[in-house]
Design a protein. Structure first.
Length: 285
């Protein structure tokens, strides 16, 4: 974000390509030096990884399409729907069970989001559609990542490496077709050492962010990872009310925002107390 603000870099998808390339390079060199371990490529790898690459593409495209069509606070609130969707998919796909206190806090987030979205005076159907699609893809990505990082499958490093390998070429094609790649190559700051340094740093930090997200899911749950990511946007929602000029105040909208944020904080409190550890079904150890 700092890169886009400081240099007005016009190509977010090109930056995504750089982050994938950094992920491939870092993990491949680390594997050669026996720092990390993941399976060598064989014909079973695409089957094991499916459907993560497809989900990643949908997540990326819907995310880029939604950010510019909604006010910042409303975008932040609607992104909270990722949390109940993740909860639902974990129950369906992973067979997990959560205590009532966790479910109540999640539904408090849903209630707040409904109140805030229902009173949004700047209603944008296209923006709402894209951001809700983004929620679905994000939830599916988190749950399937949790499933695939099992050491018996690909492991956390294998998921990161092969997902980047399979997606870098399709992302380049999409970038070409949308004109994003051409805008990046014609950008005038490539001779600026400070810009090049920060671009490379952004690629490395992008890898670190993806690794941190996978690591959080590995040691916790996809739901906890989703909530932690949503909590960081609390300050963004309130700052967006004061700056940016696109927030239209209403009492119900403000109440909904606060209920949504309170539900997220409640979940965090329960997590710190250790009550968020999912209990397995009775037929599992």
């Amino acid at each position: 974000k700092y890169l886009f603000m400081l240099f007005s870099f016009p190509s977010p998808m090109f930056l995504g390509i750089g982050q994938m390339a950094a992920t491939i390079l870092i993990l491949y060199v680390s594997k050669l030096n026996k720092i990390v371990h993941f399976p060598d490529f064989d014909k079973s790898i695409p089957v094991k990884l499916f459907p993560l690459p497809l989900i990643y593409v949908g997540n990326h495209i819907s995310g880029l399409s939604s950010t510019s069509k909604l006010s910042l606070p409303m975008f932040t609130v609607l992104r909270k729907f990722t949390i109940p969707l993740t909860l639902l998919l974990e129950i369906i796909i992973l067979g997990k069970r959560y205590p009532l206190s966790i479910i109540v806090s999640v539904f408090a987030i849903i209630l707040g989001a409904f109140i805030a979205a229902g009173s949004d005076l700047s209603f944008n159907l296209e923006g709402y559609t894209f951001v809700l699609l983004n929620d679905i893809f994000t939830a599916a990505n988190g749950v399937y990542t949790k499933q695939k990082i099992d050491p018996k499958e690909l492991g956390k490093y294998g998921v990161l490496f092969y997902n980047a390998c399979f997606m870098v070429v399709p992302t380049v094609i999409i970038s070409f077709s949308t004109g994003d790649f051409q805008q990046a190559t014609h950008f005038q700051q490539w001779t600026n050492f400070l810009f090049v340094f920060q671009f490379i740093l952004s690629c490395l930090l992008g890898f670190l962010l993806m690794y941190s997200t996978v690591l959080c899911s590995y040691y916790n749950s996809a739901l906890t990872t989703t909530v932690v990511g949503a909590i960081k946007n609390i300050s963004i929602a309130y700052i967006g009310m004061l700056i940016g000029g696109d927030y239209i105040f209403s009492v119900l909208n403000f109440i909904g925002l606060n209920i949504c944020m309170a539900g997220g904080l409640r979940y965090s409190f329960l997590t710190l107390r250790g009550n968020s550890k999912p209990t397995q079904p009775e037929d599992e150890e």
